[in-house]
Design a protein around this ligand. Structure first.
Ligand code: FEO
Length: 401
């Protein structure tokens, strides 16, 4: 892997991670993820963000540095925009190779470096508007709290117009030997757009109001390049990824795309028959829909589909006087990830006694949804039940047209 030149003295280095490990211990990354970091050179050299020891990432970074005649020991300043261990996990080992480096982070970031890594080296805490003179090049720092953890900041290089944004504007998906937006074809951009949405829904969605605040704060800067810590580096169309993130942020308040996310679980096919009837109604109205079964389909994609849709069908049977358990987990994640502002139809069967409806209604209490009346039946749905559910599906679809 080689360092990629962004502008004179500014390089992207990255490691591609291909693993069956889960990102953050939760989210699958079947197409990998990149860990990006950046070199900025004046008389002194800064490294913006680090890496964790994950599938050989430090060696990949070392190879990139070597391609521009650098090694870890040449770094004068280590700027840590964000302390999550995917960007800092290798800090102790890095410090063993470079004891003279000065760490730059927000005060909360410095505190986390001490708490995560028991780091005792010199650290400089910076706040909004502080600068770092590299000699012939000055970097500026802007605090971006909760984008996506409280200690986060972004780093600005005015000479090249590059904003180093850490997780913000990032995506899942490994990059290979290209990093820039103008190096990927349209099919590859479709892939990264989907992986950006999944990344946003999984990692960033709870912090959507902070995405909007950060964009507002930085909007007057002449940004020529958005350089995130995961995914594509946007040097041709930085406004594209900014607009994409702002569009996603607006979905936390609803409405989103004109589509329905059908999320369902079924024990013996009785609830599934109801789902199929609802889908016939949605199809009759010509509205787009996605379909995910729980627990078979991973929560990462369930969340992505829910986040991008204006309406949802949630279908689950009663299980031991309450909701089918995988759906309880889905609703808990929806609450945490701010799946708000949706129009929702809930259906489900029960065998002996009910209970899912009461459990469900308690679980969605704070979700700010516009709810249609739940529809429940015992055993297999009758012809009349199926007709009713088809009509409800059509009504839900019409409501978002
Ligand atoms: Fe990529 Fe929040 O770390």
């Amino acid at each position: 892997m080689k360092a990629q030149l962004i502008n004179e003295g500014v390089y992207c280095i990255h490691a591609d991670i291909h693993t069956s490990d889960l990102f953050e211990g939760i989210w699958p990354i079947p197409k990998g993820v990149s860990l990006n970091a950046y070199i900025v050179r004046g008389d002194k050299t800064a490294l913006v963000d680090l890496v964790r020891d994950w599938t050989g990432a430090p060696q990949q970074f070392a190879d990139c540095l070597s391609s521009i005649g650098l090694s870890f020991s040449d770094i004068d300043y280590l700027i840590l925009n964000h302390l999550e261990p995917d960007h800092t996990g290798w800090l102790k080992e890095f410090m063993e190779q470079n004891s003279k480096v000065e760490i730059i982070a927000t005060q909360k970031g410095c505190n986390l470096a001490r708490s995560f890594y028991k780091e005792t080296a010199a650290m400089r805490a910076v706040k909004d508007g502080d600068t770092l003179d590299l000699g012939g090049r000055v970097l500026s720092f802007f605090e971006a709290p909760n984008l996506h953890w409280p200690e986060t900041m972004v780093t600005w290089d005015a000479v090249s117009g590059t904003m180093f944004t850490c997780d913000a504007f990032g995506s899942f998906g490994a990059l290979g030997d290209r990093v820039f937006d103008d190096e990927f074809d349209s099919a590859e951009h479709v892939f990264f757009e989907e992986e950006t949405l999944r990344y946003y829904a999984n990692i960033v969605s709870s912090f959507s109001s902070f995405v909007e605040k950060a964009a507002q704060k930085l909007r007057d800067l002449p940004i020529k390049c958005i350089a995130p810590s995961h995914g594509i580096v946007w040097r041709r169309n930085p406004e594209k990824i900014i607009e994409r993130y702002l569009r996603y942020a607006s979905w936390a308040k609803g409405p989103a795309d004109k589509s329905v996310a059908v999320i369902w679980g079924s024990m013996y096919g009785n609830t599934e028959a109801g789902v199929n009837a609802v889908i016939r109604g949605i199809e009759r109205e010509g509205v787009l829909y996605t379909k995910r079964r729980v627990p078979d389909d991973n929560i990462s994609w369930v969340l992505m589909d829910a986040y991008r849709s204006s309406a949802m069908v949630l279908a689950m049977p009663t299980y031991e006087y309450a909701m089918f358990p995988p759906m309880s987990y889905v609703l808990d994640i929806f609450r945490r990830k701010h799946i708000f502002g949706k129009k929702v139809l809930r259906i489900g069967s029960s065998g002996w006694v009910g209970g899912a409806k009461k459990d469900y209604e308690a679980a969605i209490e704070n979700l700010k949804w516009e709810n249609m009346e739940s529809f429940e039946w015992f055993g297999y749905p009758s012809t009349e039940d199926l007709k009713t559910m088809e009509e409800k599906g059509a009504e839900l679809a019409r409501s978002i047209k």
